[in-house]
Design a protein around this ligand. Structure first.
Ligand code: SAH
Length: 219
């Protein structure tokens, strides 16, 4: 990749952050910096690179998608990461959200249902130099008991309700962000665990692919 390409993508990234992220009210400076830094175009197929900074999701194979940049920003900001958190991510997908989390937290544990997707994500994240990510292929609706509890949990696929294991594996004061609804439309929900139970609020309407698993949708 020559420097002309690098400039093209850097300018596209700056424009993305200005017009899609800042303009819509995202204020967390660390989130904005991470989105200016992470080369989103490397997380999509070569044929789609020039569209990587557009205001929409893109296909990544296995009928899955890389989330729209703005939605990545909303979900990440909702976690209020300061830098010392251990975060669980369900739905590695392209690995783009994983990179953003790795920029902002101490450690990221990420679970993906499809091995092919996770292998691709792992390779890119390794090449970009991230060393604070642990990967697992499996059903994320069960959480990751051995390395719990977590300061923050992010689910990037739609669930019919909040999977109980994820509530159990959240620390007191910990935050979870997850799209809840049916397979066609959902509401982004933020939960904070206080006194052992989850206090939730609705952020905004979203549309994600299905979270398929024991505590998610059936196959
Ligand atoms: N954050 C990703 C989003 C990928 S789409 C990105 O922006 O690229 C959602 C992902 O969740 C898909 O890769 C899908 O395979 C995965 N998924 C669905 N059900 C899952 C489950 N039970 N456990 C782990 N991953 C799951």
């Amino acid at each position: 990749m020559n420097s002309h390409h690098q400039d093209f993508y850097r300018i596209a990234r700056e424009k993305m952050v200005e017009t899609q992220i800042k303009a819509r009210g995202i204020k967390d400076e660390r989130v904005l910096q991470a989105m200016l830094k992470v080369p989103r175009h490397l997380f999509v197929d070569e044929a789609l690179r020039d569209q990587a900074y557009g205001d929409f999701p893109l296909p990544i194979g296995e009928k899955q998608t890389i989330s729209q940049p703005y939605i990545v920003a909303v979900m990440t900001e909702a976690l209020e990461l300061k830098g010392n958190e251990r975060v669980l991510e369900i739905g590695t997908g392209s690995g783009y959200q994983t990179a953003i989390l790795a920029e902002l937290a101490l450690w990221v544990y990420t679970i993906e249902k499809y091995e092919v997707l996770q292998e691709r994500a792992k390779k890119i994240l390794f090449e970009l130099g991230y060393k604070n990510i642990t990967f697992r292929v499996g059903d994320g609706t069960l959480g990751w008991e051995e390395v719990s509890p977590f300061d923050a949990i992010i689910v990037t696929a739609a669930a019919p309700q909040i999977p109980q294991p994820l509530i159990d594996q959240l620390k007191e004061g910990g935050k979870i962000v997850i799209p809840i609804g049916d397979e066609f439309s959902q509401m982004l929900v933020k939960g904070i665990k206080r006194g052992g139970s989850l206090h939730t609020k609705v952020l905004e309407p979203v549309r994600f692919v299905k979270l398929v698993g024991v505590y998610g949708f059936k196959e």
